[in-house]
Design a protein around this ligand. Structure first.
Ligand code: ADP
Ligand code: MG
Length: 469
């Protein structure tokens, strides 16, 4: 995926001159045509330049690189030949872009050495560059860890650690690697975390190794209206069938369907399977490993629907949900708000569809009152789902036997698939590594072929057992 963005067009009108930046940097900003700060820069630079840890969220193209690049350069002593700042990025392309932008920002100070450390380049070349001294390293977690483990990257002088595109790093399964790296950085340091979206996993990650981080979040206006809420009147007998009808009509890639009871979850699952819809359910009877597998397949878009009770869905951490369906209306309006708040995140549109029998009317009225809305009623008869094509998830999950215990990393799997096997990065989805297994989502049309190629080839130098779930 390329991330080429046009210059941040929206700025705040606030000048960089109000910030405690060196005259050289101010001059550079002028030359670059950065006349005023973008909103995320105006919100985060005062905090970061004051030395605080920071979690900053803003959409792509909003000028986040300078928002961490300027503090990192300000913390730097060019006369000290040691790595003082490190930026972790999810991919090589992004690491290259960050390196370029920091180089541009650093050009007034001569002799600041910035090194990119990513997989795909020769280790030895990187090692000798490191021996010659670098002030800043930018790289992907896997390769940075390699250097740390071999002792070729010394972080004793590190004063700034940056996690860029943290949400994507989480998606790519780097969470453990990031924790490994952060734990080995000096405790006396500043940590800056940047992300386009804010899935629950980020807060968890931050709690592990950030110190009283301040948070800035630039969300789009009209955030609430991103969730489009519709109510459908159904009879109790028609309720389960109606879920499939809605799915085939709205065609969300990922849907969380809430039922009020475990029994209803089981019944819905049967009804969906009968309609050829890929769905799984979470319940307390599952072993941890089974639960993990369900969540992995849902999060990586290889099943369409996750059916759950409120209890089972507690703590679920899924970034991208196109729809929430209330198969049963909950008696508690707060629970309803919590349920539908799981869709329409990060500026994406989301559907909140609720199925209501006549006896649910009172509940809907309480919900509407609490949310200050007038419920938008629709008829199922408006929908002719017989005409619609089958709903098929875009991805398939492949399970590779062997995981963290075998020291498999996302890069190993990605390498095997994009290297020898010849697939493109776009055909590969989320990679999740557990103790015993590695799960990789691949585009549905290559799944069969990918199983064969992985089984015939090698991952991390070894032959592996693979199956499609
Ligand atoms: P993000 O990391 O948020 O996706 P980038 O840091 O890549 O955004 O910045 C996007 C573009 O905006 C880049 O081309 C960058 O050079 C430009 N840019 C950043 N800050 C400013 C500014 N204050 N004024 C003008 N252009 C800017
Ligand atoms: Mg960026």
């Amino acid at each position: 995926m390329t991330d080429k963005t046009s210059p941040a067009s929206v700025t705040t009108g606030r000048s960089f001159n109000e910030l405690p930046l060196s005259p050289g940097i101010k001059e550079t900003l002028q030359q670059l045509g950065y006349l005023t700060m973008t909103p995320i820069q105006a919100a985060s630079l005062p905090i970061a330049l004051a030395g605080h840890d920071l979690i900053a969220q803003a959409k792509t193209g909003s000028g986040k690189t300078a928002a961490f690049g300027l503090p990192l350069l300000t913390n730097l002593n060019p006369r000290r030949f040691a790595v003082q700042a490190m930026v972790l990025c999810p991919t090589r392309e992004l690491a290259d872009q960050v390196t370029q932008e920091i180089r541009r920002l650093a050009r007034s100070a001569d002799n600041i050495k910035i090194l990119t450390l990513c997989g795909g380049s020769i280790m030895r070349t990187q090692t000798s560059s490191l021996e010659h001294g670098a002030h800043i390293v930018v790289g992907t977690p896997g390769r940075i860890m390699d250097h740390m483990e071999r002792g070729t990257l010394n972080l004793d002088a590190l004063n700034t650690l940056v996690l860029d595109e943290a949400d994507r790093m989480l998606d790519m399964g780097f969470v453990e690697d990031i924790a490994f790296i952060a734990k080995r950085c000096p405790a006396q340091r500043q940590t800056l975390l940047f992300s386009a979206t804010y899935p629950d996993g980020i807060a968890k990650l931050a709690r592990q190794f950030m110190r009283e981080p301040q948070q800035v979040k630039l969300t789009e206006q009209h955030e609430e209206s991103k969730i489009r809420q519709r109510f459908y009147e159904v009879s109790n007998e028609g309720r389960l069938q109606a879920v499939g009808t809605l799915l085939k009509h709205y065609r969300p890639v990922s849907t969380l369907a809430f039922c009020n009871t475990k029994q209803q979850c089981r019944s819905l699952l049967e009804a969906l399977h009968a309609q050829g819809i890929k769905a799984l359910t979470l319940n307390g009877d599952l072993e941890q490993r089974e639960r993990d597998q369900v969540l992995i397949q849902f999060a990586n878009r290889s099943i369409s629907v996750l059916v759950a009770t409120d209890v089972a869905a507690r703590g679920l951490d899924i970034a991208q949900l196109e729809a929430v369906i209330n198969v049963d209306i909950t008696p508690d309006p707060e629970v309803h708000i919590h349920r539908i708040g799981r869709t329409g995140r990060a500026g994406e549109n989301g559907w909140a569809l609720s199925l209501c029998s006549p006896s649910d009317q009172r509940r809907v009225m309480t919900i509407a009152q609490m949310m200050g809305i007038k419920p938008e009623w629709h008829e199922l008869t408006e929908i002719h789902s017989e005409d619609e094509a089958k709903l098929v998830p875009p991805m398939v999950t492949l399970q590779i036997l062997g995981g963290r215990k075998e020291k498999i990393r996302p890069g190993d799997v990605l390498g095997a698939l994009t290297g020898e096997a010849g697939y493109t990065r776009e055909q590969i989805g989320k990679i999740t590594i557990t103790d015993q297994s590695t799960y990789v989502a691949v585009a549905r049309n290559i799944a069969h072929d990918a199983v064969r190629k992985l089984a015939a080839g090698r991952v991390k130098g070894k032959t592996v057992k693979v199956r499609a779930l």
